[in-house]
Design a protein around this ligand. Structure first.
Ligand code: NAD
Length: 490
């Protein structure tokens, strides 16, 4: 595909879906466009999957599942490693596609295929952990539990890390003996079509099925399919709630949700400022245009360090280079899509209306390169108070809210006052204060003197409206199994 506007060549010719081992068009023949967020030009089209396509995918996945589950854990693990190797071989092709399609900068995006490869490799070795217990429930008899796969499972993913989520998240479901129907985001669907090509080559037919399409049709069809009992979703809170409702209208289902965040970073006066200031920028994920669920988008600075920290922070944020996501020296690209861009602009005006002090960004960067596209400068609001809407609601954009604190009980109360509870960060040299504060923050994943990183085998997930269920560790694989108790009377 040729992107006329930028002269960039997309290394994918005719993106298709994957059903039953075949690369296919949608049953209706309809396709929809993916838009380059840097230029607003059309990059190309992908099939618009429908409920009929999901039904076809279900039949293929159901037919493949008994054979897949009958393989030994070692054999399934070997397939997962083949998939990881094939992704690794095509890493450059995926990277270029992904950078153009998402607007995420190439320097950052380079890690995403690697993260998918290492997660697939991690899960490929976990098959023998799908084990049960024996319980001495009665003397002389044998009471045991075994874990069985659900069968066909559904996965629905968001736009921000398309290939990482699409590829890595196959691992735990497949390892547990399920076959999968997966739907990427309609906003950045192109890399999933490369994944479809790879899966068609390395996996048995029907084990993975990929349906590109819109949430309200293809996504909803997965959620409402009466025979898909296990659905895993990553996305926003409103969609997660809609999915729980839709699923409940059809059947009793196991739905796990990895949702949004408005995550606090609390900086004590004794923190190592040399490290904490850049950490506040990294934690906000400006480099992903703020489009990462774990972003520490609420920064709480102790009054003693507020002015000096803020000055240093604002200087660094203003020095960030917004530019072509394919350029190695760009610190920040465009927002992923028009709807998200408008949401970011909306929250910037809400921040101003509610009395936040705009100290960096807040507008489109100047210059010819930024006349089209979903561009915004990295933005910081200071002197935020908890009554403001921007202080409470997830923007999922490069907008950091800074608060001043001097009472620890009160700052923890404010940190916990939003509907979310995904991540949190505590910065202090006092290890007792750090651990006590980490315990008091009502979130599922806390860093002490750190931000942003996910660690191998450590489960990730949210409290409150940030979700239900845990991913990335062994719990994720076990969540794709149902436990059965067997009682043997001897
Ligand atoms: P979104 O909720 O708009 O869409 C996510 C996916 O759901 C897309 O594939 C979409 O097509 C599908 N969808 C939409 N409506 C649906 C419906 N009614 N039924 C079934 N599927 C439907 O989210 P987004 O804008 O793509 O992603 C941003 C959100 O994702 C943010 O809130 C972010 O915090 C969250 N997120 C969370 C995590 C996490 O691990 N907790 C990770 C990444 C992103």
């Amino acid at each position: 595909m040729d992107d006329q506007a930028t002269g960039r060549n997309l290394p994918i010719d005719n993106p298709l879906m994957l059903i039953g081992g075949e690369l296919v068009e949608s049953e209706s023949g309809r396709r929809f466009a993916s838009i380059d967020p840097a230029t607003e030009e059309e990059l190309g089209t992908v099939p618009e999957g429908s409920a009929k396509d999901v039904a076809r995918a279900y039949e293929a996945a159901a037919a493949a599942q008994p054979g897949w589950a009958a393989l030994s854990p070692a054999e399934r693990g070997a397939y997962l490693r083949k998939l990881a190797d094939a992704l690794h071989e095509q890493a450059e092709r995926i990277l270029i596609t992904e950078v153009i399609d998402t607007g995420n900068t190439i320097a950052k995006m380079r890690g995403d295929v690697g993260a998918a490869v290492s997660q697939l490799t991690y899960f490929s070795g976990l098959g023998y952990e799908i084990k049960g217990d024996t319980v001495p429930a009665t003397p002389g008899n044998l009471h045991m539990t075994v874990r069985e796969p659900y069968g066909v499972v559904g996965r629905i993913i968001p736009f921000n890390h398309p290939i990482m989520f699409a590829a890595a998240k196959l691992g735990p479901a497949l390892m547990a003996g399920n076959t999968v129907i997966e739907k990427p985001s309609e906003q950045s669907p192109l890399s999933a079509s490369i994944l479809a090509e790879i899966c068609a080559e390395v996996l048995p037919a029907g084990v993975v099925n990929i349906i590109t399409g819109f949430g309200r049709e293809a996504g909803d069809a997965i959620v409402r399919h009466p025979k898909i009992k296990r659905v895993a979703f990553i996305g926003s809170v409103p969609t997660g709630m809609a999915i729980q409702r839709s699923a409940a209208e059809v059947a009793v289902k196991n739905v796990t949700l990895e949702l949004g965040g408005k995550n606090p970073m609390i900086v004590f006066p004794d923190a190592d400022m040399e490290k904490a200031v850049p950490a506040a920028i990294n934690g906000m994920n400006f480099a992903w245009q703020g489009q990462s669920c774990g972003s520490t988008s609420r920064l709480f600075l102790h009054a003693d360090i507020y002015d000096s920290f803020l000055e240093d922070l604002v200087g660094r944020v203003k020095a960030m280079k917004v530019g072509d996501p394919l350029a190695e020296d760009s610190d920040m690209g465009p927002i992923n899509n028009k709807g998200q861009y408008e949401k970011v602009l909306h929250y910037i005006s809400v921040g101003k209306e509610d009395g936040g002090r705009l100290v960096a960004g807040g507008k489109r960067p100047k210059g010819k390169a930024f006349e089209k596209g979903f561009w915004i400068e990295p933005t910081v609001f200071a002197d935020m108070t908890p009554d403001m809407r921007l202080a409470n609601e997830e923007v999922f954009g490069p907008v950091l809210s800074v608060f001043k604190w001097d009472d620890l009980d009160r700052v923890i109360e404010i940190a916990n006052s939003v509907e979310y509870g995904l991540t949190g960060a505590v910065w202090t040299r006092d290890i007792s204060a750090a651990i006590a504060t980490a315990h008091r923050i009502a979130s599922g994943y806390i860093w002490v003197n750190g931000v942003g990183a996910h660690y191998p085998a450590m489960s990730f997930g949210g409290f409150r409206n940030s979700g239900t269920g845990r991913e990335e560790g062994i719990d994720e694989m076990l969540s794709y199994t149902e436990e059965k108790a067997i009682h043997v009377m001897l």
